[in-house]
Design a protein around this ligand. Structure first.
Ligand code: GDP
Ligand code: IMO
Ligand code: MG
Length: 435
């Protein structure tokens, strides 16, 4: 009997997860770690992600295509947990091909992934406008409405796109309900069901060759001794269960999403890496206890280039929040931390580390479930001495100034998870492993 055992394992399977509110530098880490695996697989989210890789001076931003695609000879999988915008995907593939990156025969899309439809985007925008000041600040890519349809059991899957008659009838049926909301509730224009179906069916022949049962594919490759890297989008604090709900995305960005989003068992997951910046950023609305004063935040934003890779929005900047990071370590069971953007903190006199929250006169070290309570939390800082010197060419921990090493030690001491890689610049070469 064939079982999903680890018997034939040669190397290790990796998971890369955002430990904060997204944009931690996951893509850079995925690009670097792709050397160690055969397949890179995205397990959730959609085109809300903006994943930047800087390779030999060239910058690439991926939205749906896994960040391992620059490594020829490695396969990339879009798992069933992703909500796929097929039009956006083709655009992304074309721009990669134009940049000289081979994509065909390397990209495999799950037949079970749900499709992101044009009405999802319209509903996302309409819902945000309707909420006014209470908006979530979404990326306006239709992500929430697409996952709503999946859970409401009215979604369309990639496999449905391959059955034109069924696809058209289903789009007509679902569009009726969407038009009710668009017109009657939001007072917006309706969608034309047949035009929507036409646009998707027109590109179906281009999508068809990429489609496969990716759970069978991944299991087969794993059994054959190959290794995968599961690439997360967004981050733990944007996870629909563990994040700062309702200011979250609509998927499971944390470790549980890997199994449901790829259809592989947890026994295959070896290293669970959490990616954190040396500070914190967040795009969109919602509480952010360690947010910096606006002028200081602006300074870090400029130094760190903190503008959304998908929407171009300025990211809110804050100090590293160890209460939140410890919480992320717990809910994901991180085996290691990948720390990025240490270079951005150079030349500061002092660096603050958030080690607790003060709320109603009490000091707490647990990340609260209640958003009202979180909004009342004031950060308790441990002040660390900053360092002078450019870190961007550091290639081992010994190259770092003593104060920078102390900063890393303090983080490790608090979270009790080892920092395994340190990134000191956007380029794939600006990184080193920490013993
Ligand atoms: P992701 O969504 O987690 O993949 O991260 P983004 O691509 O949205 O944002 C991370 C940004 O930081 C990108 O512009 C990266 O090129 C850049 N970056 C990644 N690591 C480093 C680093 O160590 N130092 C600096 N200065 N920039 C970095
Ligand atoms: P990557 O993968 C940072 C945020 C949005 C908003 C909330 C909900 O690049 O780290 P959505 O469009 O998902 O319904 O928006 O989540 N958000 C991200 N923030 N990085 C991302 O992706 C994000 N994807 C969504 O700003 O606050
Ligand atoms: Mg990003």
């Amino acid at each position: 009997m064939k079982t999903s055992s680890k018997k034939r394992r040669r190397k290790e399977n990796l998971v890369v997860i955002g430990a904060q509110w997204g944009d931690e530098g996951k893509a850079k880490m995925v690009d670097v770690l792709t050397e160690q695996v055969d397949i890179v697989a995205r397990y959730q989210g959609g085109s809300n992600a903006g994943h930047t890789v800087v390779a030999d001076g060239r910058k690439f931003v991926f939205h749906q295509i896994p960040s391992g695609i620059l490594h020829e000879g490695k396969k990339c999988v879009i798992g069933n947990g992703v909500v796929l915008d097929p039009l956006g995907l083709l655009e992304e593939m074309n721009s990669l091909v134009q940049a000289g990156v081979k994509v065909r025969n390397r990209l495999i899309i799950s037949d079970r992934a749900h499709l992101l439809m044009p009405y999802h985007r319209l509903l996302d925008g309409a819902s945000e406008t309707h909420k006014g000041r209470a908006k979530i600040g979404t990326t306006n890519r239709g992500i929430g409405p697409a996952y709503m349809d999946k859970m409401a059991r009215v979604g369309l899957k990639v496999v449905d796109l391959l059955e034109p008659a069924y696809f058209r009838s289903k789009v007509r049926e679902v569009a009726k309900e969407k038009n009710f909301w668009l017109k009657k509730y939001y007072g917006q224009a309706e969608v034309d069901a047949d035009k929507t179906a036409d646009a998707y069916l027109k590109i179906a022949p281009q999508i068809r060759p990429l489609v496969a049962d990716t759970t069978a594919y991944l299991e087969g490759r794993l059994q054959a001794g190959e290794n995968i890297l599961a690439e997360g989008a967004q981050g733990t604090l944007l996870d629909v269960d563990f994040g700062t709900y309702p200011y979250v995305t609509s998927s499971s960005a944390s470790v549980g999403g890997v199994c449901t989003g790829l259809g592989i068992g947890p026994q295959w997951l070896d290293e669970i890496y959490g990616v954190t910046k040396a500070y914190t950023t967040r795009v969109g609305e919602g509480p952010f206890p360690s947010e910096m004063e606006p002028d200081f935040g602006e300074k870090i934003r400029k130094r760190g280039g903190e503008y959304g890779a998908t929407t171009g929005r300025p990211r809110r900047c804050g100090w590293l929040d160890l209460v939140a990071l410890q919480y992320a370590c717990r809910v994901n069971g991180f085996t290691g931390i990948l720390l990025t953007k240490l270079d951005v903190l150079s030349y500061l006199q002092t660096i603050s580390l958030c080690v607790g929250y003060k709320v109603k006169g009490q000091i707490i070290r647990e990340f609260p479930a209640s958003l009202r309570r979180l909004a009342d939390c004031r950060p308790v800082y441990k002040e660390m001495k900053g360092w002078k010197g450019d870190l961007s060419s550091a290639s081992r921990v010994g190259d770092l100034p003593a104060e920078a090493r102390r900063y890393l030690d303090e983080i490790e001491k608090t979270i009790q998870v080892p920092i395994q890689w340190v990134s000191v610049g956007p380029d794939r070469a600006q990184i080193f492993q920490k013993p």
